[in-house]
Design a protein around this ligand. Sequence first.
Ligand SMILES: Nc1ncnc2c1ncn2[C@@H]1O[C@H](COP(=O)(O)OP(=O)(O)OP(=O)(O)O)[C@@H](O)[C@H]1O
Ligand SMILES: [Mg+2]
Length: 504
Amino acid sequence: MTDEYVLEMIGIDKSFGGIHALRGFNFNCKSGEVHVLMGENGAGKSTLLNILGGIYLADAGEIRIHGKAVRIANPIVARDNGIAIIHQELSVCKNMTVAENIYRGAFPTKPPFDFIDYDRMYYDALALIDGMQLNLDPDARVGKLSIAQQQMVEIASAISKNADIVVMDEPTASLTRHEVESLFQIIENLLRENRTIIYVSHRMEETFRIGHRVTVMRDGTYVGTKKTSETTTDELVAMMVGRDIKDAYGTRSFTRTAEKSLEVRNFTNEKLKNVSFDLYKGEILGFSGLVGAGRTELARAIFGLDPIMAGTIKVHGKEVVIRNPDDAIRHKIGLVPEDRKGAGLVLNQSISFNLTICVLRSFIRGIDVDTKKELEIVDKYKDILSIKSSGPDQKCRELSGGNQQKVVLSKWMATEPEILILDEPTRGIDVGAKKEIYDLINRLSAQGMAILFISSDLPEIIHLSHRAIVMSDGAIMAELDAQEEELTQIKIMNYAIGREEYDG
Ligand SMILES: Nc1ncnc2c1ncn2[C@@H]1O[C@H](COP(=O)(O)OP(=O)(O)OP(=O)(O)O)[C@@H](O)[C@H]1O
Ligand SMILES: [Mg+2]
């Protein structure tokens, strides 16, 4: 690490209409460092990075690269200045191949006509993928890959550009532990080449593990910069939220009753192998496992999004057939999906549209939509999860990543389901809001809601679940009970990697 600044952003100001997203913000980086950027949802992290990437122009302020002032008018200027950005929301093209996505915007060509050199692209991509220890076929269509794999393609693309400054906006939000480890390895290699990493994360352990310095922002303003070796989690949290957060996971009450809300038997399809389990009224049932273990597929099958080849399902003791989400909603089942951009939200519509889309039917009186009821719902859920916006009419596209996630969550709460499936509900959510979501989950279960809680965050599973099921390769490996004190990280990890017996 040297003392010269590779990048300085000085007095950056940015407003969107009435929202003042950045106020005189200062930020700088050195070569060979990982500089972590932290702040609550909507604090302005992505906005700052979008300005660096030439997506937005700042209203005021200066950007210097190696001491020289530059005007980053568009993404091409950013690239020419050695900046590569891995955006928070995936921007891969789903119907292009892995190799095409990696070299998007800079395809290798061959003389004399400068046609795209597909062979070279394939072999360059393969070399890059191997170097990153990813198990991907350069010719595979990206749309067929898991979200985590798509994310890795995005990272490969940024690295292929040989940029000096690699920006990662919440790169690990959809990765599992194993994939996070490969990413950290990649980061170490980049550091060895003296490059700079700007890293946005809501996860403290990552910040301390790979970060050299951390800058905290709140409401678009600069709070401070610390060396990670000279600060603590408590200090950073206090800087971010301006208060202490005690008892991060809330209080779990063992409200599980003997009454079964959901009985799944022998669910089998392309991904699932004979999956059977019960979910009780008032229970929080955690689902743990590696990416690709089949948890999302199970959620989709229960909710009627994917067909099953065999199996039965009982809701409150009665056998039902769920062919599509409408059937599921009628049986009072809700699903908060993993992929908020694809399945969770209509980005071009307002917060109130998205919040009420599922319940709309219940309050259309005659031909008029009951606007009073609509506003009531919007008001209630906006407050419960403190969604940060300019108002209910703001388009979801304009919300910060974490606030979009809160809208998806609220939308399903509003249907008042008796059985709620949550697929990675706290992904991309800041520390303060996570606590709100944990409290909400605890409260809903205490009120009798049966909750199926899928998460790749082990501490979260351990602290919230009454019981946890571990899946591997489409099958259930184990069922662990919190009250029997069976719920430990080591046990879960061992079952997750497919070990049948574990008694450590
Ligand atoms: N295109 C836009 N139009 C209007 N407002 C916007 C736009 N982009 C961002 N904002 C607003 O600017 C503020 C900062 O958002 P930003 O996305 O930078 O937050 P963030 O720190 O990245 O949050 P998160 O952790 O949730 O990703 C938010 O209030 C957001 O609603
Ligand atoms: Mg963001």
